[in-house]
Design a protein. Structure first.
Length: 317
């Protein structure tokens, strides 16, 4: 059965709002000092209400995004009439910050079968049959998730229940990870139905591999389309600001439109932390940019090693 994902649309990701600390720029201004569980729960629900009311139908969480699954589950339970959304989550990282912004480690990665079994039970306890897509979180070429046949068998069992299995990628070798994942099969059948990767005007290296994934029948979800805030507001490079002025839109909308214009991109995630940010994001559309403007933005791309080194240096706010 086809995974019910919208086509050429924005989704909403909870990475930036379901925990007090994250690496997006501008969080002090966006969230302020009160980041209690209940304050962020309310903020998340308001954003989910706004997103749904304006047509967003894919929502993305993860075990490591603080209380993202809990907040999303609460929102769905309180709105039983909403039955036309697709819910995705991810396993493979454990949240370890204890609701603090200055923890020594905010999350710990482990792609073992044991972690899958534990986190699958945790996700099921919160989202139950509302979960449509379960993704391995941040696969890299050296991830044991690419070679562990026992894990593959368990994921295939999950897929047989109707939950689609996917993976996300990160790091300068995203393309290698994508191609390795495309080769994973169980009993001759490809295991993965979706791929979620970082792609934006500064980091385009995964583009050819994402096109291959699309051609192989996977649905492509794009994360970090605004490069953790580097393509928004005062941080936006001059070329992006120029195109924004030409189109009459915000820099963040143009950054997301650049991604939506890629022929293989199906869903592009907004990681907005405020309603005005979300409203601006939602003005993005592939038709916003012409070929000349798209080409002007394409030259912003950095060497992926440089991009990921800089991302790794972003502080947790």
């Amino acid at each position: 059965m086809p995974l019910p994902l919208p086509e050429k649309a924005l989704g909403f990701g909870l990475a930036a709002v379901a925990r007090p600390g994250y690496i997006n720029l501008g969080r002090d201004e966006d969230l302020g000092a009160d980041r209690s569980v209940e304050t962020l729960r309310h903020r998340t629900h308001t954003l989910l209400d706004t997103a749904y009311a304006t047509g967003v139908r894919y929502f993305d969480a993860a075990r490591s995004y603080g209380r993202s699954e809990e907040f999303l589950a609460d929102w769905l339970t309180a709105r039983p009439e909403i039955d036309d959304v697709t819910v995705g989550s991810k396993w493979g990282y454990t949240y370890t910050a204890g609701w603090s912004t200055d923890a020594e480690r905010h999350e710990v990665k482990d792609h073992s079968l044991a972690t899958y079994e534990r986190q699958r039970a945790e996700t099921d306890a919160l989202l139950g049959d509302r979960l449509d897509l379960y993704q391995i979180h941040s696969v890299t070429p050296d991830s044991p998730a690419l070679t562990d046949q026992d894990l593959h068998a368990r994921l295939a069992e999950l897929a047989a229940t109707g939950v689609a299995v996917g993976f996300s990628t990160s790091g300068p070798a995203q393309a290698d990870a994508i191609r390795a994942a495309l080769a994973v099969t169980v009993d001759g059948t490809p295991l993965f139905r979706t791929v979620q990767s970082t792609y934006n005007a500064l980091e385009t290296s995964a583009g050819p591999a994402l096109a291959e994934a699309h051609d192989a029948g996977l649905s492509v979800i794009v994360k970090e389309g605004m490069a953790n805030g580097r393509l928004a507001g005062p941080h936006a490079p001059d070329a992006l600001r120029t195109v924004a002025e030409q189109t009459g839109l915000s820099s963040d909308a143009v950054a997301l439109a650049f991604v939506l214009r890629q022929p293989w991109a199906r869903v592009v995630l907004s990681g907005a932390a405020t309603v005005p940010q979300l409203a601006a994001n939602l003005t993005a559309a592939p038709a916003v940019l012409d070929d000349e403007q798209t080409a002007r933005l394409a030259v912003l791309a950095e060497d992926p090693r440089v991009y990921w080194q800089r991302r790794g240096q972003l502080p947790w706010h």
